[in-house]
Design a protein around this ligand. Structure first.
Ligand code: BF8
Length: 627
């Protein structure tokens, strides 16, 4: 391990709870992502630049000035574009396969195969059905309407459609741009498969062409896969509405059986919460000497259940190992995505059970439950029982729960925002026109141990609200904002005068929790609604997006669908594309003339705030609004 790569504990994370657990991890001999980053640094330069190709076995090849082409003849532009295209396909597949899983649960409900899941938001289902052109959406039998929606959304994954179903939500001008560029998303699986095809040796050897298809693939994620995930989760589990909760490792309860739900899809964790509230399970926990069962969230599964049920949130991506290090967690129950394989080793250092629940996300050595809709609640009870059984194995000598939980306000959806505004977007638009809200920025995404944890997420959020820019947060930024006290109405103290006035009048925080990462679809939908209301394109709006500490393929797909939807997007670090001047130039500049937005890369949160503010000012000016 190179000494020069070593960071102090303070440099690793902004948070006291993280720092305390990093110290304990050292004592307990638990390796963390930061340790492994030190081991892995410096990274392979070719991979960082995107100029290594492993797409065939004539290679692998590395492109340099002295070796400008791979064995097949591909140059740096082609190699970088191919790698980036596959990266986007991976992210789009993750969100979209998650969306498909929700359709399967809806199917199980419609076919009467499960009693454990129901349609909780019938009004939303009927509203969506109406949007999708289902006959008698408002008055038809619920099962028939649900079946029709299910069929339409299943078809979004196929190859027969010219465009995905929710494209009706996209402003006309934007659709015309996509049409002219050949970027209209047709079917989710089709775009992903075509991306894999194009990037096979001997296919798409034009970087710009590959990138246009990468954008099309990402749009299929944003306006189909993710949107289906969000909308059907609302239909099945209820649309989020404002509520209070708490956040940070202090939510882990010394007296109770602690179960952490982690991953992305709420299908299993909703059942874990139901099982943990079952009087029989609570009696069993009491009999085991526990003062109750505490289900707390990690990452986006946490966000899903936080927004709908108000469960406490233990942490974001880089807190997942550290949550286990408290020594007070009986079980970590995971579904899929962003689950560090190392959690299994961390759990093995304590009495913690690591329980997997999805056949597509198996971890060697984990306790596995193949959860099916028909038997989900009974299986969830078995899992909760395992956690209760583990309570007596907890070693009190090895327990340390740092920090006091911080209160947060959560549960915002577009429906909740409309409700808060009295049923119409007009008050929001008036506040934007008057410059009280100068613009809106969605700050989304991850933690990445290359940054001091959450310093970029929080630094940017604070800098923007001071400038009267409303911030919407999703994914792991949510937990960060919550820990910093920014998800509370009283955080308007830290905002500019305009936001203070508007958020104060509405009783909402200046930083609004919009859910998990698939729920970024709520943000693009909101942008589309605002654009429609104003009669402009999304790219004309004083809005922007940012992912200061992103790491994943999914985050890159989100960034690309945001840009392709016309939203200027800031990244705290670049994707692995810098080895191609053509691809880099297209991402940072060329996309602007094609889709009316581009990426900007800036690690410093204050400088990023300047860039985002400048963009918002220019959009306000073009709309004839005061600065
Ligand atoms: O989907 S923000 S670290 S948990 S990828 Fe993952 Fe990033 Fe967190 Fe949610 Ni999104």
């Amino acid at each position: 391990m190179a000494e020069k790569n070593k960071k102090s504990i303070e440099e690793k994370s902004l948070w006291e709870d993280a720092r305390a657990m990093l110290r304990k991890a050292e004592q307990d001999g638990v390796e963390t992502a930061w340790d492994r980053l030190e081991q892995q640094t410096p990274h392979c330069k070719f991979c960082e630049l995107g100029t290594s190709c492993r797409n065939c076995v004539m290679g692998p090849c590395r492109i340099t000035a002295k070796m400008p082409r791979g064995v097949c003849g591909a140059d740096a532009d082609v190699v970088v574009a191919r790698n980036f295209g596959r990266f986007i396909a991976g992210g789009s597949a993750g969100h979209s396969d998650h969306g498909r899983d929700l359709i399967e649960v809806l199917e199980a409900i419609v076919e009467g195969e499960t009693k454990d899941y129901q349609i909780k938001d019938e009004a939303k289902l009927r509203r969506i059905a109406g949007e999708l052109g289902v006959a008698d959406a408002g008055g038809g039998a619920l099962a028939a309407v649900a079946r029709a929606v299910m069929e339409i959304l299943y078809a979004d994954f196929g190859s027969r459609k010219k465009e995905v179903a929710f494209l009706g939500r996209v402003p006309e001008k934007r659709r015309a741009i996509w049409q002219s560029l050949g970027m209209t998303p047709r079917g989710v699986d089709r775009e992903i498969a075509e991306m894999m095809h194009r990037t096979h040796m001997g296919c798409d050897n034009d970087a710009a062409s590959t990138l246009i298809h990468a954008a099309r693939t990402a749009l299929a994620d944003g306006w189909a896969g993710s949107m289906i995930g969000t909308e059907l989760s609302d239909v099945i589990f209820g649309t989020p509405s404002p509520k209070k909760s708490t956040v940070n490792l202090g939510v882990i309860n010394q007296e109770q059986v602690n179960i952490l739900v982690h991953g992305h899809n709420p299908v299993v964790s909703e059942m874990i919460v139901a099982a943990a509230n079952d009087p029989e399970m609570l009696a069993r926990a009491e009999a085991a000497g526990a003062g109750g069962i505490n289900v707390a969230g990690l990452c986006c599964t946490g966000n899903e259940i936080l927004a709908r049920r108000g469960i406490p949130m233990a942490g974001n991506h880089l807190m997942t190992e550290l949550a286990v290090v408290t020594g007070a967690v009986e079980a970590v129950v995971v579904d899929y995505q962003c689950i560090m394989p190392s959690l299994l080793q961390a759990a093995g250092c304590y009495h913690t059970q690591f329980i997997t629940t999805a056949n597509k996300a198996r971890f060697s050595g984990a306790v596995h439950f193949d959860i099916k809709p028909a038997t989900a609640l009974a299986q969830a009870k078995e899992i909760v029982q395992l956690a209760i059984d583990g309570f007596s194995k907890r070693d009190p000598q090895r327990v340390e729960i740092p920090s006091q939980p911080v209160e947060i306000m959560t549960g915002f959806s577009n429906e909740a925002i409309l409700n808060a505004l009295g049923g119409s977007l007009t008050p929001l638009l008036e506040a934007i026109k008057a410059g009280k809200i100068r613009g809106v920025v969605g700050i989304v995404g991850c933690n990445n141990p290359k940054f001091q944890q959450d310093s970029g997420n929080i630094g940017l959020t604070k800098a923007l609200i001071q400038r009267d820019i409303l911030v919407l947060v999703t994914g792991c930024v949510t937990t960060a904002a919550g820990k910093a006290g920014l998800l509370l109405p009283q955080a308007i103290d830290q905002a500019g005068p305009g936001l203070q006035e508007i958020c104060g009048a509405l009783g909402i925080p200046p930083v609004v929790h919009f859910g998990s990462c698939v729920d970024n679809s709520r943000i693009i939908h909101l942008c589309a609604l605002i654009a429609e209301e104003l009669g402009v394109d999304i790219s004309d709006l004083p809005v922007a997006a940012s992912s200061p500490e992103w790491y994943s393929e999914k985050a890159a797909a989100i960034g690309l669908y945001a840009v392709a939807s016309g939203i200027y997007t800031h990244l705290g670090l670049p994707p692995n594309i810098l080895g191609s001047p053509a691809v880099t130039d297209l991402a940072l500049n060329g996309l602007e003339s094609l889709v009316g937005a581009s990426f900007v890369v800036e690690p410093d949160p204050d400088k990023a705030a300047d860039l985002l503010e400048a963009r918002i000012v220019s959009k306000r000016k073009a709309l004839g609004l005061p600065k």
